[in-house]
Design a protein around this ligand. Structure first.
Ligand code: G
Ligand code: G
Ligand code: MN
Ligand code: NA
Length: 253
């Protein structure tokens, strides 16, 4: 409760940070984007992870301000990279509440026009449950974002119940296969079947696929062989701060 009360002030006084995890095109190992993941550098408690404060933000009305802060920071960082000749898309996680807010596309449009950041370098990760819980509102928002050129990705794919009809009707660009399936695909036959089925589904619907949770080279090789488009996971890098990320990037062959 105390944390929830502290959050608005923490956002104001810039206690939030972004960490970045690379997203790698599997066919040629090119780093093409990052997922931006928020942390709270709390003055007493140290670095807090999103699972400990995103739900509080959602329940206490701070999620709008938090999302705005994250989007602005991610877009500004993407712009800094771009101005140095590093073209990376930035992918931002969006809560259900935000996805159901009809003014959200306008917020995004304003942030993009202020910075001049290309809309097609911004990706928004939404969950299946956020779509299902209010299909009508979510569709309107997703359609507006798509019309602006912003990319939309379905996060944690396979864990929810998105009907195929929605996947086909909504202008979604990509699915992210949840790490719970990826992590054990080389040891649990059912998980391998699920991953292959999701890859087939995505291909048939002309969607790009990200596999998250690639923790070792065997998972990398299996997914590459299956034709997965983009990989993300500890095998390449954990989420790290911007300085560490720049260093990591310059070490890539
Ligand atoms: O590495 P990690 O602990 O960052 O992420 C844990 C969870 O927090 C993930 O499910 C991720 O989607 C979520 N998350 C991370 N950053 C944000 C954010 O800026 N907004 C929202 N809504 N969720 C986030
Ligand atoms: O739900 P979402 O996909 O937004 O969450 C991303 C989360 O996955 C973050 O908490 C991030 O730290 C975590 N993550 C990223 N790569 C790996 C990985 O290879 N293994 C595991 N176990 N978690 C990962
Ligand atoms: Mn995500
Ligand atoms: Na996920």
């Amino acid at each position: 409760l105390r944390l929830a009360q502290e959050l608005p002030q923490a956002i104001e006084s810039d206690e939030l940070r972004l960490h970045y995890q690379p997203m790698v095109r599997m066919k040629d190992r090119e780093v093409i984007g990052v997922e931006a993941l928020v942390r709270w550098q709390h003055p007493d408690k140290g670095m807090l992870f999103p699972d400990s404060f995103i739900p509080l933000a959602e329940n206490s009305g701070s999620i709008e301000a938090l999302t705005r802060w994250v989007l602005k920071a991610a877009i500004e960082q993407g712009s800094r990279w771009l101005s140095k000749g590093t073209r990376l898309y930035v992918s931002v996680n969006i809560s259900a509440l935000i996805l159901h807010n009809p003014v959200f596309p306008d917020t995004v449009a304003k942030l993009l026009s202020k910075t001049g950041f290309p809309a097609d370098l911004l990706k928004l990760e939404i969950t299946e449950s956020a779509i299902i819980s209010d299909v009508v509102r979510a569709s309107e928002v997703v359609i507006s974002l798509h019309d602006m050129g912003v990319r939309v990705s379905i996060d944690d794919f396979g864990t929810g119940y998105t009907s195929l009809a929605y996947l086909r009707k909504l202008p979604v660009d990509e699915i992210k296969i949840d790490k719970s399936f990826v992590l054990n695909m080389n040891t649990v036959a059912d998980d391998a079947v699920i991953v292959r089925t999701l890859l087939d589904l995505a291909r048939n619907l002309d969607l790009s696929v990200v596999a998250e949770g690639i923790e070792d080279i065997n998972l990398w090789n299996s997914l590459k062989e299956l034709g997965c488009d983009i990989g993300q996971g500890y095998y390449m890098s954990r989420p790290i701060d911007v300085e560490a990320f720049s260093e990591w990037l310059s070490d890539q062959p």
